[in-house]
Ligand binder design. Structure first.
Ligand SMILES: Nc1ncnc2c1ncn2[C@@H]1O[C@H](COP(=O)(O)OP(=O)(O)OP(=O)(O)O)[C@@H](O)[C@H]1O
Ligand SMILES: [Mg+2]
Length: 207
């Protein structure tokens, strides 16, 4: 299964989630973000004496497509997309089996989600298919209980569906990355529980 973490908006937690998922699921990452956030984190991982995560950095769109064409169907891989729109990012959206879109449940985030929905709509039309993104509430306040703003938005946008798992704002997510670790590798924590729940939900979508 090709799992793409995507949003045309920057800073929503794509790289952070890709990192923790890849370590938790023990799968490689394709890094399409020129900022190379994860390559840097992987160097910290190496410096801390852990086995590096496999990070693939395609040289060109053709290189990327060829790599995925040869990717075995029964193996999982995670793609971290940059927070912008590009042909390469659109290929990732089209080619993946599951798109996870991290979103913060704030009214100010709505415009970005509409924009991303529009990109998916255009792409679906062009490729004559129906692409769906699974919206994952991320970085939410641990005490938040009412997600009706996001529930209503997703309900009204045909290419979106809402994931059951909710990922909260938790220091363990970035603190573990500062040591090159995934939250699944640290002692008991709420962040670890959330990522495990997310992995379970992802696996349940593998048909
Ligand atoms: N659940 C979370 N808990 C705590 N901090 C978070 C969480 N999600 C994201 N962050 C923080 O938000 C910031 C942006 O995250 P990240 O770099 O993963 O976003 P991105 O979507 O990959 O951005 P870009 O589009 O620029 O690549 C980082 O400082 C990250 O540590
Ligand atoms: Mg990123």
């Amino acid at each position: 299964m090709i799992i793409t973490i995507a949003h045309s908006k920057g800073g929503v937690g794509k790289s952070l989630l890709a990192w923790h998922l890849a370590i938790g699921m023990k799968v490689p990452i394709i890094d399409l973000d020129f900022q190379r956030t994860l390559v840097y984190t992987n160097n910290l991982r190496k410096a801390n004496g852990r086995q590096e995560l496999k990070i693939i950095q395609p040289e060109s769109p053709d290189d990327f497509i060829e790599f995925l064409d040869n990717w075995p169907e029964d193996k999982n891989i995670i793609i971290d997309v940059g927070g912008f729109d590009s042909n390469l990012n659109r290929v990732a959206l089209y080619i993946s089996d599951l798109i996870i879109t991290p979103a913060v449940d704030r009214v100010t985030e709505m415009a970005g989600l509409y924009k991303f929905h529009q990109i998916i709509d255009e792409l679906s039309e062009k490729m004559q298919t129906n692409i769906t993104a699974s919206i994952l509430l991320n970085d939410v306040s641990p005490s938040a209980k009412d997600f009706s703003i996001m529930e209503d938005l997703v309900e009204n946008l045909k290419h979106f569906e809402l994931m059951d798992t909710i990922v909260s704002h938790r220091a363990d997510f970035y603190k573990s990355m500062e040591e090159g670790k995934g939250v699944t590798e640290i002692k008991k924590s709420k962040a670890k529980k959330e990522i495990k729940e997310l992995i379970k939900e992802i696996k349940s979508k593998d048909k």
